[in-house]
Design a protein around this ligand. Structure first.
Ligand code: FES
Length: 64
């Protein structure tokens, strides 16, 4: 699913950035990926994906 239409960034790109590069907020994400610099409509969705990916990671760690 595309999150940022202007730059073609998908939810998978964002999840990978969180899981592999330790991205924890929009500012860090924008250092890794080109998104949000055009119309800015994707910022809220990107933030939600960062948050839910971090929650998923936390749950996974608690199970192990
Ligand atoms: S959709 Fe991301 S900047 Fe426009």
């Amino acid at each position: 699913m595309f999150v940022c239409m202007c730059y073609g960034v998908t939810d998978k790109d964002i999840k990978n950035a969180v899981e592999q590069d330790g991205v924890g907020n929009i500012r860090e994400l924008r250092q890794q990926l080109d998104l949000g610099n055009q119309c800015g409509k994707c910022i809220q969705m990107a933030q939600q994906i960062i948050d839910s990916t971090i929650i998923d990671e936390t749950l996974f760690k608690e199970v192990c």
